[in-house]
Write a protein that binds this ligand. Structure first.
Ligand code: GLN
Length: 470
């Protein structure tokens, strides 16, 4: 029996190296759990049929000494990350049978390292949601309490790791889609600096906001994955060249807390836990100061204008001709209408409509242009805050994992999940969610930190500190 609960990348690597267990034996353990639990928790839409063959290939690298730290490490992948020859449906009906024709860059890099690909994980349709309930394939469930959601949109990737169906996983974070499910499932979720990991081959939602992002049980594991995947990629026009990847300074001493951002709408138990974490940091020598982020107060409003605008543009390529589901009709326009009408779910349609509206002539200035201006103000004020503090701390989410079915008929209540996530995506800075305790009912709580662009190092330092103080 392998102790999956406490397994980390380094422990697995050590075990593969010493022969304590093989890549195949580890993969088999995870497949066993998947067989037991996936029907109920629904982490995976598809478990790949060649997992053991991949593990055997990985094992050879320990024999010929070409293994890297990620060789043989089992990963789950969100269903919007292209893997050549495999379906990538982004949790949707319209792409249900779409087979990727190339590898995304993150996948190419992980293949080169010999990682083992367990399967593609469930997600909200086109990454729109905070609970994995908008997936065309049905919801995932929280391993801590299956009557509750795991968060979203990368819920399946979170459930895979929290439910011991994979050692680590990749999701994407456009506005908290990794940090929020990490928070609900008791995991570490890292949203790297925009432009640090390649977006090439990842189905776009809001392309000025999207980032590939890892889930893990420990901060160290997220650090290992980040280090393995963060690089300049000429295939991604927004990838940041090496010379510009300069961290501010690696320090996590002075922490700013924008208390005014969570005066209301945040559960008492979340605030209480956050205060305790801050107190512990203070006692361990961190300087805590109150900061004001007056523009960031509008982050959610800004996000919910910019994101749908980008969604309406990005999803226009799914027209029944170029990709995915196609419905027959008498003329081209009707092919578009019927295919899109049949292929997109309710939330995708809502956002396409909203985005088309805010971009339309006559409303563009009133909504989209205004949001773009505010976004720049938010970016500037966050960068300015980092002239004085090393990190900014908030709770990760305003509440803990909610019940399945809750908030589904109230989109605005669902959008409120993202209140603390939005500033990092709008400004491009990195952010990490780290477990900070549990409620009396055993539901995970989480603290979030933001750092200056490319200062992931400071996030790993503070994350490890939080782990040591628990
Ligand atoms: N909750 C966010 C939304 O619904 C999640 C977006 C994301 O990070 N993919 O837009």
């Amino acid at each position: 029996m392998i102790d999956l609960k406490n397994l980390t990348i380094e422990k697995a690597h050590q075990a593969f190296t010493t022969g304590e267990f093989t890549c195949r034996e580890l993969a088999e353990e995870y497949l066993k759990v998947i067989k037991e639990k996936n029907t109920e928790l629904y982490a995976y839409i598809e478990v790949f049929d060649d997992v053991l063959a991949q593990a055997d290939e990985a094992q050879k690298r320990f024999v010929d000494k070409t293994a890297t730290i990620l060789t043989g490490v089992p990963f789950g992948f969100k269903d919007n990350i292209l893997i050549k020859g495999r379906v990538a449906s982004a949790g949707s009906k319209i792409l249900e049978n779409y087979i990727a024709t190339y590898d995304s860059t993150v996948i190419k890099d992980l293949k080169a390292q010999g990682a083992v690909f367990m399967g593609r994980t469930n997600m909200d349709e086109f990454a729109m949601g905070s609970s994995t309930q908008t997936s065309y394939y049905g919801p995932s469930r929280n391993p801590k309490d299956p009557s509750r959601v795991p968060g979203g949109s990368s819920g399946g990737s979170a459930v895979a790791v929290a439910g011991e169906m994979s050692l680590v996983s990749l999701g994407t974070d456009t506005c908290g889609s990794v940090r929020e499910p990490a928070s609900f499932c008791g995991l570490v979720g890292l949203k790297p600096t925009y432009g640090s990991l390649s977006r090439h081959g990842i189905i776009a939602m809001g392309n000025s906001l999207d980032q590939a992002a890892p889930f893990s049980k420990t901060v160290r594991d997220s650090e290992i994955i980040f280090n393995a995947l963060s690089r300049y990629d000429k295939e991604d026009s927004t990838s940041v060249p090496d010379a510009l990847r300069v961290p501010k300074k690696s320090s996590s001493k002075k922490i700013g807390v924008p208390w005014h951002l969570f005066k209301e709408g945040v559960d008492g138990v979340v605030i209480e836990n956050f205060k305790q974490s801050i107190e512990k940091l203070k006692n361990s020598g961190h300087e805590i100061v109150e900061i004001e982020l007056p523009f960031s107060k509008y982050s959610l409003e800004v996000y919910y204008v910019i994101m749908p605008a980008e969604v309406s543009t990005n999803l226009s390529r799914f027209d029944g001709i170029r990709y995915g589901l196609s419905k027959e009709a008498d003329n081209l326009l009707d092919v578009y209408k019927k295919s899109r009408g049949a292929g997109f779910g309710e939330e995708a349609r809502r956002r396409i409509l909203l985005g088309t509206y805010v971009l339309s002539h006559g409303y563009y200035d009133a909504y989209y242009n205004k949001a773009i201006k505010l976004r720049e103000k938010i970016r500037q004020e966050i960068c300015k805050a980092f002239e004085d503090v090393d990190l900014i701390a908030t709770p990760t989410t305003p509440f803990t994992a909610f019940k399945l079915g809750e908030k589904m008929d109230d989109p605005v209540a669902m959008y409120l999940c993202d209140i603390f996530s939005a500033p990092a995506n709008l400004s491009g800075v990195p952010s990490i969610a780290v477990p900070s305790g549990e409620t009396a009912e055993g539901l995970p709580l989480s603290i979030q930190f933001m750092a200056p662009h490319f200062s992931e190092g400071s996030l790993f330092d503070i994350g490890k500190k939080i782990e040591s103080l628990r």
